[in-house]
Ligand binder design. Structure first.
Ligand code: PLP
Length: 396
């Protein structure tokens, strides 16, 4: 028998109050558990917060990314430039349509897709032939492939370099999708994350900045795309379709009313929630500075605001991360190797033929990253406990 010992400090925790509980109970006292007024209120909160014209709430961040891929007109065999240093969902949304993720390596400081490399790759892919060939995966290509979009990820809540990505997208007629699932409340040169591409996606799994249990949301100011995504979320029903009429091949990606009610209360607390996260991150930053062998996250100048989805430290080159992680776990402190590179996931190597050595920076970050326990509810003494344990283990 395997006994589970709960960690001394949780990896993450949602920040919920009586207001969230009452909002959910209120919905339970009505017959409207789906497609009611809560969704509209939740969506409006996002239009106000991000400045986007439309918000489309869905049942996960992954569903939201998939809707963006469909709205961008990405089809079987199309190429999409994206990052191998991400949570798998950003690449999966491309794979769902049998399109081809063309990975581009990342910036070593931020872990975000390298904008200069994107520029070079987009240029070569548009040129085609041998120029394109050197960037494409070894397997899984169909004839007639063409570059349709860039899907960038705001890694750990720090926005990618959208001024360059926008210019490259405009130059080559590409759609720009922002996976802002980790970046609710962050800003790039003063502009809110989520609104930096043609479409942006948020996610509300319980470890994110706000939660709805499961859930996600797309923001866009593109009217036609918003209409399309509203239809696809709702079984392909276009405006004017009856319950049993389906203009498009759609999905059931709807968010329910309980989740939306919970989310609306969380959004009303967004400044408080972000402030708490920022305080905990500052505690970590301060303590890690004095520990040799581990580095605090680096924020670049274009990140004018960061909302701290996770707190990911990096071990110095040569430090045994696995031993450190094991030592921390033995003390009841959970940590995660965040992220494992996507191009090395078994199904990606199988379908696309990517392999070790293809993206050196991503692989290096993958080996040295360590997500520490983090939430807005963490106390200063818990941060102390984590950092003291790290100091102690690295001394050995
Ligand atoms: C959380 C997250 C998602 C979406 O996750 P869901 O579990 O589907 O809500 C997508 N991309 C990134 C980078 C994420 O961190």
């Amino acid at each position: 028998m395997d006994f589970y010992t709960p960690p001394v400090i949780p990896m993450s925790s949602p920040d919920l109050t009586e207001a969230e509980r009452q909002a959910v109970i209120k919905v339970l006292n009505t017959p409207n558990l789906s497609m009611g007024p809560q969704i509209a209120a939740f969506e409006k909160a996002f239009c106000d917060f991000t400045g986007s014209r439309h918000a489309i709430a869905v049942n996960s961040g992954t569903s939201g990314l998939h809707l963006c891929v469909r709205a961008a007109g990405i089809e079987e065999g199309d190429w999409v430039i994206t990052s191998p240093f991400s949570f798998v969902a950003s690449t999966n949304a491309i794979m769902f349509e049998k399109a081809v993720p063309v990975f581009v390596d990342v910036d070593p400081l931020t872990g975000n897709i390298d904008p200069q490399k994107v520029e070079e790759v987009a240029h070569d892919l548009k040129k085609g032939g041998a120029a394109a060939q050197r960037w494409l995966p070894r397997k899984g290509l169909r004839s007639g492939g063409q570059l349709k979009a860039i899907l960038a990820v705001d890694v750990y809540g720090q926005p990618a370099d959208y001024d360059v990505l926008r210019r490259v997208s405009d130059e080559h007629g590409l759609r720009l999708i922002e996976d802002s699932c980790e970046a609710l409340g962050s800003a790039y040169k003063g502009r809110m994350a989520g609104g930096l591409g043609d479409y942006g996606v948020f996610a509300f799994y319980p470890n994110k900045q706000i939660t709805t249990g499961e859930g996600g949301l797309v923001v866009t100011s593109d009217d036609a795309a918003a209409r399309m995504m509203l239809a696809l979320r709702n079984q392909g029903r276009a405006p004017g379709d009856t319950w049993l009429e389906h203009t498009y091949l759609g999905y059931n990606y709807r968010m329910d009313e309980l989740s939306a009610a919970l989310g609306a209360v969380q959004m009303s607390r967004i400044h408080e929630l972000l402030e708490k996260r920022s305080r905990v991150a500052a505690w970590y930053n301060e303590r890690l500075k004095g520990i040799e062998g581990i580095q605090a996250p680096v924020l670049v100048e274009s990140t004018t605001q960061v909302s701290w989805f996770v707190y990911v430290a990096r071990v110095a080159p040569g430090v045994d991360r696995e031993a450190l992680a094991e030592g921390l776990k033995a003390r009841g402190i959970p940590v995660r190797p965040y992220f494992n590179p996507i191009h090395l996931q078994p199904y990606i190597t199988q379908y696309l033929g990517y392999g070790a050595g293809d993206f050196a920076v991503t692989e290096d970050l993958g080996k040295r990253s360590l997500a520490l326990p983090f939430s807005g509810l963490m106390r200063e003494d818990q941060v102390d406990q984590v950092c003291e344990a790290i100091r102690d283990l690295l001394k050995k």
